[in-house]
Design a protein around this ligand. Structure first.
Ligand code: NAP
Ligand code: ZN
Length: 335
């Protein structure tokens, strides 16, 4: 395409407006993808409002992309025009550092994001390095597949890397786009799963998605009652909390893992870490290899995003609904 049409933020927190750009010549290792669907991840909202101080305007958000390859660069050998692919947060890496050569491209220090300092998927097309365009199994419908590309991999990767298994007692904190996929993947790994939510109305659906237990975190005493219970707690929320209560909910040797980004620094007392050899950690997306594994696991085990569909030109409405925590559970824009 000589021009790509999308929706861009022109200033911090601004409404998205139609915006066209000229992508220039296709690089030898890039592919161009005509976008059919793009999920609305909360990270897009953080970028639009420049919460992380890394946004440059104008920019087109969007990094949960599904579409069809329309052009390949001269050096691309493993993908073909017409193939359906998914693209997540990462669009390139150096390919040569100690992390890339181990297949941990998501840890590459010069990793490039799909919609930071470049234009993402709230558009009719996008270009990325071919290593970051992931072929999708036929069993995954495009709308349900899109949220897996960022939300899905972000929760799958730590559950998989921390060896979650049938003996694990797992807590998932925040049942939104990431959290509702985490409930499903934690069950696929065989764990006993507890949902932590501020939304009592989500209990029934959380149980249907895989939670055996539901903790309403707005109830006083709720956190005290689950002290010393979990081997692994994955927090997907983008808000400040009493993190000490979550550390105290861990059994000895348990791990609290952040994938959601709270606005303030996290503070905690060292004593429960020392006494119970507990760990606090975090996790960023996943490598292309893990992405391929995750979409395959999702297809074979029936993990599916529960989505609300919006036309691409209604992206501002979708964003507004995400902001209000009203979406069940991932808004997906469709062209
Ligand atoms: P989302 O769909 O908006 O879900 C967030 C959930 O957090 C909400 O559904 C809500 O769940 C809970 N929540 C919201 N406000 C809260 C509050 N004030 N107090 C307590 N809980 C609250 O967002 P998402 O797309 O899943 O993204 C979540 C976070 O993950 C964002 O910070 C995003 O930037 C981050 N993220 C990180 C990575 C990574 O690589 N680490 C990748 C993708 C996204 P309940 O209604 O159940 O309480
Ligand atoms: Zn995301």
């Amino acid at each position: 395409m000589s021009q790509i049409q999308g929706l861009a933020a022109h200033a911090a927190g601004a409404e998205l407006l139609p915006f066209r750009y000229t992508p220039g010549d296709l690089k030898p290792l890039d592919v161009e993808v005509r976008i059919s669907h793009c999920g609305v991840c909360h990270s897009d909202l953080h970028l639009i409002s420049n919460d992380w101080g890394i946004s440059q305007y104008p920019f087109i958000p969007g990094h949960e992309i599904v579409g069809t390859i329309t052009a390949i660069g001269s050096g691309v050998t493993t993908l073909t025009v017409g193939q359906r692919v998914g693209i997540g947060w990462q669009s390139n890496s150096c390919g040569q550092c100690e992390w890339c050569t181990q297949g941990l491209e998501n840890l590459c220090p010069t990793s490039e994001s799909t919609c930071v300092h470049r234009h993402g998927g709230y558009a009719d097309a996008v270009r990325v390095n071919n290593r970051f365009a992931i072929p999708l199994p036929d069993a995954l419908p495009s709308e349900q597949a899109a949220p897996l590309l960022c939300g899905g991999i972000t929760v799958y990767n730590p559950l998989r890397s921390h060896g979650i298994n049938p003996s694990s007692r797992v807590g998932i904190v925040g049942i939104g786009g990431l959290g509702h996929l985490a409930l499903q993947f934690a069950r696929v790994f065989g764990a006993e799963v507890t949902a932590f939510s501020t939304s009592a109305a989500k209990e029934e659906e959380a149980r249907a998605l895989g939670a055996q237990h539901f903790v309403n975190t707005r109830e006083t005493k709720a956190m005290r009652e689950v002290a010393n219970t979990f081997d692994f707690i994955l927090t997907t929320i983008n808000a400040d909390q009493d993190w000490m209560a979550y550390i105290q909910a861990l059994r000895p040797t348990g791990t609290l893992c952040f994938v959601g980004v709270p606005p303030s620094p996290v503070s905690f007392h060292a004593f429960p870490l020392i006494a119970g050899v507990r760990t606090i950690t975090g996790s960023p997306i996943g490598s292309p290899h893990r992405l391929r594994e995750m979409v395959d696991v999702a297809a074979r085990h029936g993990v599916k995003a529960q989505t609300e569909s919006f036309r691409m030109d209604k992206a501002n409405e979708a964003i507004d609904k995400v902001k209000k925590n009203k979406v069940r559970y991932r808004a997906v824009l469709a062209n």
